[in-house]
Design a protein around this ligand. Structure first.
Ligand code: EPS
Length: 390
C-alpha cells in the first residue's frame, strides 16, 4: 500500500482527525474542495437533527504549505460542534459517573458485540467510535484522493439507485446519469423516483422506522493496468470491495453486473473485445465493471453497495438490559431515518482512495510532476492498443 490513512475521533468527542500519508509533493489542496465534499456527506433527505448542529469544515493541520502538499503526511481535523452539549458525557478525565451508562444494546449496532469484546458495561464506550460520524474523516481523505486522480483525468462519481423499496430502473450507469444525480437531494438521477424515495422516507419517519438502500459509484477515465492479478491482496476488486464493505451499514458489494451475472451463461456475460473506428481496442459492454482478474481493463469502474436500515429505531426492538439481565426495549438515541445518500458520498471517497493508491503504486513518484510523467509515459506505451476517452 502506497497511500494510507488513519483516523481518530468519537461521534460526540471534540473532533474527528485523519492523517493521509503517501501523497506526492506538489498537489494543490484547496480546503474548499474538502469542505464541498464534507457538506455533500452531511446532506441528503432523511438525516436527523444532528446535521442541523454540525457544519463540517476541514482544518488542514500539516503536510500542505502555500496550498500544495510537501510530501509529508497531511493531517486534517473536523470539529464536532455538538461536543459542547456532550462535554460531560465524553470527558477525557475521571470520574465516569457523569453520564448514565447505556446498557440496553440496540440490535444491529455495535453495542452488544462491542461491550462483550471490550468488557464494558457502557455501550457508549464503543458506539461513539462505531458511529458513522467517523466517515467524515474518510470523505476528507477521499476528497484529497479525488484531487490527485483528477490530475490523471479520473472522475469518481456516485448515485443512489434504491431507497427502501423504491428503485431507479436499470441501465442508468452512464456519465449523464451521475451528473444529473449530483444535484438531487437524494443523489438520484431521476426526479420522479427521487420524489417517491422522499415519500418512502417520510412514511418510515412517521412509523418510527428507518430505511436502507443501494448506491453506485463509477470511476471514469481509469487507464487499464491498475491493480494486480499476482496475489490475492493485490487484486483491485478485492480492495474496492473491502473499502466499500467497511462503510458502516454496508452489507453487500457488487462489481459490474455482480450477483446478476451468476444466473447468465458466459456467452452473455463477458464483454466482447472490439476494434473501434479509431483502430483501438474497445468493449461492446461493461458487465465486468471495468475490472478483470483484479486489474482495471480501461472501461468505467462500476461498483454498487447495499446499506441496511439504520439500527437506531424510535420505536425500539427488543433487547436484554445488561445491567439487570432482564428483557427490555433497546435504547433510543437521536438518529437518522436514512443515510444512503451520505453513504454514497463516502463510497465515492473510499473508491477514490483505493484508486489513488493503485495509481500511486503503478506510477509512483515523490512529486506530482514525476507521477504525471510516469503516467503519461505509460499511456504513450499502450497507445497503439488503447486510447483514453475524454
Ligand atoms: C449515528 C447517529 C447520529 C448520526 C451520526 C451517526 O448521530 P447523533 O447520535 O449525534 O444524532 O447523525 O452521523 C453523524 C453524526 C455524521 O456526521 O454522519 C450513529 O449512531 O452511527
Amino acid at each position: 500500500m502506497r497511500l494510507r490513512f488513519l483516523s481518530a475521533g468519537e461521534s460526540h468527542g471534540q473532533r474527528i482527525c485523519v492523517i493521509v500519508e503517501g501523497l506526492p509533493a506538489g498537489l494543490a489542496v484547496n480546503p474548499d474542495e474538502i469542505n464541498r465534499e464534507l457538506s455533500r456527506r452531511q446532506g441528503g433527505y432523511g438525516r436527523g437533527g444532528r446535521m442541523e448542529i454540525e457544519k463540517d469544515r476541514a482544518l488542514i493541520v500539516s503536510g500542505v504549505r502555500y496550498g500544495v502538499t510537501t510530501g509529508a503526511p497531511v493531517s486534517v481535523e473536523i470539529e464536532n460542534l455538538d461536543y459542547k452539549n456532550w462535554a460531560d458525557v465524553m470527558a477525557v478525565e475521571e470520574p465516569r459517573e457523569k453520564a448514565k451508562p447505556v446498557t440496553r444494546p440496540r440490535p444491529g449496532h455495535v453495542d452488544l458485540a462491542g461491550m462483550l469484546k471490550t468488557a464494558s458495561m457502557d455501550a457508549r464506550d464503543v458506539m461513539e467510535r462505531a458511529s458513522a460520524r467517523e466517515t467524515a474523516s474518510r470523505v476528507a481523505a477521499g476528497s484529497i484522493a479525488k484531487l490527485l486522480l483528477s490530475e490523471i483525468g479520473v472522475r469518481v462519481m456516485g448515485m443512489v439507485v434504491q431507497i427502501g423499496s423504491v428503485k431507479v430502473s436499470g441501465g442508468e450507469a452512464e456519465l449523464h446519469s451521475f451528473e444529473r444525480a449530483f444535484s438531487d437531494p437524494l443523489l438520484c438521477c431521476d426526479p420522479a423516483v427521487s420524489k417517491n424515495m422522499m415519500e418512502e422516507i417520510d412514511s418510515a419517519r412517521e412509523d418510527g422506522d428507518t430505511l436502507g438502500g443501494v448506491f453506485e459509484v463509477a470511476a471514469f477515465g481509469v487507464v487499464p493496468g491498475l491493480g494486480s492479478h499476482t496475489q490475492w491482496d493485490r487484486r483491485l476488486d478485492g480492495k474496492l470491495a473491502c473499502a466499500l464493505m467497511s462503510i458502516p451499514g454496508i452489507k453487500g458489494v457488487e462489481i459490474g453486473g455482480g450477483f446478476s451475472l451468476s444466473a447468465s451463461k458466459g456467452s452473455s456475460v463477458h464483454d466482447e473485445i472490439i476494434l473501434r473506428e479509431d483502430e483501438c481496442i474497445g468493449r461492446r459492454t461493461n458487465r465486468a465493471g471495468g475490472i478483470e482478474a483484479g486489474i482495471t481493463n480501461g472501461e468505467t469502474i462500476l461498483v454498487r453497495a447495499a446499506m441496511k436500515p439504520i439500527p437506531t429505531l424510535q420505536k425500539p426492538l427488543k433487547t436484554v438490559d445488561l445491567a439487570t439481565m432482564k428483557e427490555a426495549s433497546a435504547s433510543v438515541e437521536r438518529s437518522d431515518i436514512c443515510a444512503v445518500p451520505s453513504a454514497c458520498v463516502i463510497g465515492e471517497a473510499v473508491v477514490a482512495l483505493t484508486l489513488a493508491d493503485a495509481a500511486l503504486e503503478k506510477f509512483g513518484g515523490d512529486s506530482l510532476k514525476e507521477f504525471k510523467r510516469n503516467y503519461e509515459g505509460y499511456v504513450e506505451q499502450i497507445s497503439r492498443f488503447w486510447k483514453i476517452e475524454r
